[in-house]
Design a protein around this ligand. Structure first.
Ligand code: LMR
Length: 400
């Protein structure tokens, strides 16, 4: 039956995990997928998540279906976390929001909605580079993908002028996807002043601002600071769309908890958008899973747990920053050819090392170190026990 099916390539990110798992070396390191690891290289279940889990267990809750757009207490708290309790769209009851199958699911619903209803354009502009999965999600949703400049290889920083020029030359009313913080894969974000400029430009061009915020808390260790771009655009009157994920900042990867929200111009418009969100979600997966959303609600809805969680997020962000310093210092001590300062200046879960595809291959073959082909490393995969080995292996790969 399937004789005409051609084998496809492995996923550029999750395929790396498959290779890592198949490797028998005791020294192996997985720096592919963006999943936090503790100081011993082990997956980390946040203490607040454990406490919330205990509460849920004691509450002996049922396992009934959720509504199509998810758990109301969860979506309310997720919106408050991103936009702020006093944000106008929330106060004025004009935010349409749905729970989603984590960030990817949020993007899928959002892009399907745009594919059906965005009137001025079905073209979405993505940064170069961007998270690899953005592209197939957009295409599968019926959008045309174009790109705007983002990363400058020479300065290993933001190509702000190129970014502005491309956004400016896109036809009026285009869709522009912006990584709200901790840009994946580069770890390079616009400054607050640059965000303000971008807001003016997007407004002038009547573009539609689409924010993907998968890493709130991971850029600065501060949940509020990381929401700056989202909140500023909303204050400036943009009717943004926002995708949120709790995979990283609550360590709820496999629970698949996220949200997608649309700032509408009135409660009436919100009701209409909400009805169409249900029509999109129902044939996709009917309604979302309940457990992870309950966990997030327990944490965000309880002042004590919420405060503890903020400390845990900062703890994860700080450990990553510490690894950046250690990696940089070791590469320099080993007199590794090249400039490595960007490892310290980039932010969030990833570092865009500048390693070339052949060096990445060499690292896998010779040292059992796995990263994505573009040279991105998940900083969280490094710890005191393996950073030296990693730096030595990089040094060797670069020296040839
Ligand atoms: C990543 O970029 O590694 C993460 O967003 C995980 C994923 O699903 O790709």
């Amino acid at each position: 039956v399937w004789g005409s099916v051609v084998a496809g390539p492995p996923d550029p990110i999750l395929g790396v995990t498959e290779k890592f798992k198949a490797d028998k070396s005791p020294k192996k390191i997985n720096l592919g997928v963006g999943a936090y690891r503790d100081g011993n290289g082990k997956p980390y279940v946040l203490p607040t998540v454990k406490k919330a889990e205990q509460k849920l267990f004691e509450a002996k809750m049922d396992k009934e279906y959720l509504p199509i757009t998810g758990l109301g207490s969860f979506t309310k708290l997720a919106a408050e976390l991103a936009y702020g309790k006093d944000s106008k769209p929330l106060v004025e009851d004009r935010l349409a929001i749905s729970q989603s199958i984590s960030g990817t699911g949020a993007l899928r619903i959002a892009m399907a909605f745009l594919g059906k209803f965005h009137e001025t354009s079905k073209t979405i502009y993505l940064p170069t580079p961007t998270w690899g999965n953005h592209i197939p999600i957009a295409k599968d949703s019926g959008l045309t993908v174009k790109h705007y400049k983002y990363f400058d290889k020479d300065t290993v920083g933001l190509d702000f002028e190129g970014m502005k020029a491309d956004i400016k030359s896109a036809p009026d009313g285009s869709i522009v996807l912006l990584h709200a913080c901790a840009h994946n894969p580069t770890g390079v974000d616009p400054t607050e002043a640059q965000w303000r400029e971008l807001s003016d430009l997007v407004k002038e061009k009547k573009h539609f601002a689409f924010f993907d915020m998968a890493y709130q808390g991971f850029a600065s260790g501060d949940i509020l600071k990381d929401a700056y771009a989202v909140r500023y655009f909303v204050e400036q009157g943009h009717q943004i769309l926002l995708c949120q994920s709790f995979a990283k900042n609550m360590g709820l990867y496999g629970e698949r908890v996220g949200a997608v929200s649309f700032v509408c111009d009135s409660p009436e418009e919100k009701a209409k958008v909400d009805s169409q969100l249900k029509i999109i979600v129902r044939p996709m997966y009917s309604n979302p899973p309940v457990h992870g959303a309950r966990l997030v609600s327990e944490i965000l809805g309880n002042q004590e747990l919420y405060n503890e969680w903020l400390v845990e997020v900062k703890g994860m962000a700080d450990r990553i920053i510490d690894m950046r310093t250690k990696l940089y210092d070791t590469l320099v001590r080993l007199e590794t050819p090249g400039e490595w300062k960007h490892i310290k200046s980039q932010i969030g879960m990833f570092s865009f090392t500048g390693l070339k595809p052949e060096q990445v291959e060499k690292l896998a073959e010779k040292a059992s170190i796995y990263l994505t082909k573009d040279g991105r490393i998940s900083m969280a995969g490094l710890n005191d026990g393996n950073v030296e080995y990693f730096a030595e292996s990089v040094s060797k790969a670069v020296k040839g």
